[in-house]
Design a protein around this ligand. Sequence first.
Ligand SMILES: Nc1nc2c(ncn2[C@@H]2O[C@H](COP(=O)(O)OP(=O)(O)OP(=O)(O)O)[C@@H](O)[C@H]2O)c(=O)[nH]1
Ligand SMILES: [Mg+2]
Length: 463
Amino acid sequence: MKYLPEDDTIVALSSPLGNGAIAVIRLSGSESLAAINPALKRPITAEDARRAIFNEIIDRSNEAVIDQVVTTYFRNPASYTGEDVVEISCHCNPLIIDRIIAQMVNNGARIAEPGEFTFRAFMNGKMDLSQAEAVAGIISARSRQSLTQSLRHLEGRLSERVFKIKDEILSYLSLLEINLDFSEEGIEVMPMEEMRRKIEDTITSICRFLDTYDYGRLLQEGIKLLILGKPNVGKSSLLNAFLEKDRAIVSNIPGTTRDYIEANLELDGLAVQAVDTAGIRDTEDQIEAIGVERALAQMETADVALCIFEGNEPLAADDKVLLELIDNHRETLHVIPVINKIDLGEDNTVTAALAALELPLIKISAKASTGIDDLKQAIKAQVFNDVSIESEEVVVTSARHKLALEKAIGSLENALSAIEIAAGEEILAVDIRLALDSLGEITGETTSEDVLNHIFANFCIGK
Ligand SMILES: Nc1nc2c(ncn2[C@@H]2O[C@H](COP(=O)(O)OP(=O)(O)OP(=O)(O)O)[C@@H](O)[C@H]2O)c(=O)[nH]1
Ligand SMILES: [Mg+2]
């Protein structure tokens, strides 16, 4: 394990470096008090647990005060890591932070590796693996919905669901093991037919859980929203309307946007990376042509494409190019045709041509910011088309968890085959135990060292 030795005392800055009023330095380990007390004007005692104390950190080489700080001592096991923890809130200046940490290193502490505090919390049973992963999820969440899910995972709701499935499996595995013990006496505690039904039930409940992943992935990763259309239809105006600020240059000169422009926004709790592109047209201008190429290349990685048309003019040749693009891509990404500049009137031939696509057609005025809410609803409806998730439900958001659930289903399906061909109860029991192991990978009971290293290495230092 890369965090060895596990019994020494670690120290790190837990807040981000940069401008701020206060920084938090965290110490964890059995020698935490020994690492900080020599530098404190008012050493921490056992009675100080859970109390914030105004203090001074002193450089013992010259007795100069490094900073006025607040120290808070969390006595083991009632701390984040389960060990003795001291948090020092000091003024946020790198010179101060470095000197404070140096004092503690002088007194025997070691600089923590990324994620090492949370790793210790996991090793000391303060949280299971899915909860530790949720800590990283909370820090990196880019939308309210993703944050809500990470908080639910931290509360242990994902683990609860996994434990429930494991309990279900254990209930029939234990009966199967009794079957095995009494096989010579010809006693069958659980008939195979019933066993088969129970395994099928478990597969169904894991599948139901797994079905939430599409939604969970969208919450976690957000979506990429492409704005396409011929020059001057109002693509940049739409980006600005989404952002409610003038991010992209808008002008009445066709070909204003030359390269694509990315901007992050939140759409009802969903993280969206919106991409405004160069107007699509056949052009002699080399730079503009590269912009058009880049716009089209974006279609390969987008989740949703808003294809913008002008409502007040008949379709132009460049619009027809866009219609063709819609036809070629409607199977691989969600396409929403949008009629813009509706404030200038509506050309019925455009509306009829777009209605014929049998896609949700939205009419807006990017300039006046009308219809934008309808467009947002249409985007959400497309992205979440057939996923219906109860707002209180806990969903699978991590590819690692998805893989573990799929492995568990695979083993249970093998168990069903074993029943089918009467392979014997020993083989059946092996498959069922493998399913349990796969579920245990989610909560960390059966997770390999490599996977653990990988998970915690992605944390930031001080977490
Ligand atoms: N009346 C009206 N004008 C609009 C609307 N949306 C955009 N415009 C105007 O249309 C012109 C082009 O808008 P842009 O947003 O720059 O269009 P674009 O599609 O980004 O154009 P390119 O970057 O050149 O491809 C500007 O003069 C806008 O003010 C709208 O809803 N109604
Ligand atoms: Mg533009």
